[in-house]
Design a protein around this ligand. Structure first.
Ligand code: SF4
Length: 289
């Protein structure tokens, strides 16, 4: 098993210090550190949730393979909420709960989803990731602005349909915390074919990848090793048996915590067989098909 310190403790403290609002962050991080050391603690740096595979862009090199969906879908909010509630019922702290798509503002039940998780005592930071092509209506923005630990992360790829200025002006008007991430280049993840890598190579690549620490992804009732793994399984490119944790499987609280902690420290991910991130080839971000 890969180091719990490297995969869970250090990223959790980092995300706490970076994203969680509040005073006395130093003392808070010390307290969190000691909580993380408890043998049955279930604390993780973030959980990415994908309720929709619809996207308003068609990025040629999308790491999460959204343009590969011939039939994109919206997951029913009741099911997504049920999965999140199951997960959080066994969780001590989720430092950052992230909703991602596709494009999250195309999700028709986003208000219902946000109402279900807002101000959840176990979620330290709530985040939406958007490409700013869709400006949500005032009712949604007012709801989001009322949530004390919420923020929006805006990915700016320089695509002409992105409304970065308009979106950020709305956030400022409503008092919503936001950050703009200007992405000029990505790493090429390549196609969905199996590259036939051996376990030592997979171990090396998974451990070097940012996603092994910061991108565990909840989709269709399962947590995956990264967002690309979730899409690869969803698209039928791999089976996902090794790379997923079934949230819906009945377990005791003790079993859930132990098995998910083990999952967070997997040595490798099968998904890395279907990914070229390890080659570190830079490509232009957001190039459209
Ligand atoms: S498949 Fe592996 S290398 Fe590619 S993004 Fe996921 S964890 Fe990283």
């Amino acid at each position: 098993m890969a180091s719990y310190f490297k995969r869970v403790v250090r990223p959790s403290i980092r995300n706490y210090l970076t994203y969680v609002e509040g005073k006395n962050k130093f003392f808070g991080s010390i307290k969190l550190f000691f909580e993380l050391l408890k043998p049955d603690a279930l604390i993780y740096p973030d959980m990415v949730c994908v309720p929709t595979t619809y996207c308003s862009l068609r990025c040629k090199y999308c790491n999460n393979l959204m343009p590969c969906y011939e039939k994109p879908y919206h997951a029913p909010a009741d099911q997504v909420i049920s999965d999140i509630n199951t997960l959080l019922s066994h969780t001590d702290h989720c430092i950052k709960l992230v909703f991602l798509g596709g494009e999250i503002f195309l999700y028709p039940e986003l208000t219902k989803l946000i109402n279900a998780v807002k101000n959840h005592p176990k979620v330290m930071c709530l985040s939406l990731v958007t490409n700013a092509t869709v400006i949500p209506d005032d009712a949604f923005l007012d709801l989001y602005a009322s949530i004390s630990n919420a923020r929006i992360s805006i990915s700016d790829y320089g695509v002409s349909t992105q409304k970065i200025e308009e979106f950020t002006a709305k956030c400022r008007e409503k008092g919503i915390r936001y950050q703009v991430n200007v992405d000029k280049s990505w790493r090429d993840a390549g196609g969905t074919e199996n590259r036939g890598k051996d376990i030592p190579q997979l171990t090396k690549e998974y451990n070097e990848c940012f996603s092994s620490r910061y991108c565990h992804t909840l989709q269709n009732g399962k947590i995956f090793t990264c967002a690309r793994a979730a899409s690869l399984v969803d698209l039928g490119c791999m089976d996902g048996e090794h790379d997923s944790f079934d949230v819906r499987k009945p377990r005791s609280d003790k079993e859930f915590r132990r098995e998910l902690r083990e999952f967070f420290t997997l040595d490798y991910a099968d998904a890395c067989k279907y990914c070229d991130h390890g080659k570190k080839i830079a490509i232009p971000a957001g190039e459209q098909l």
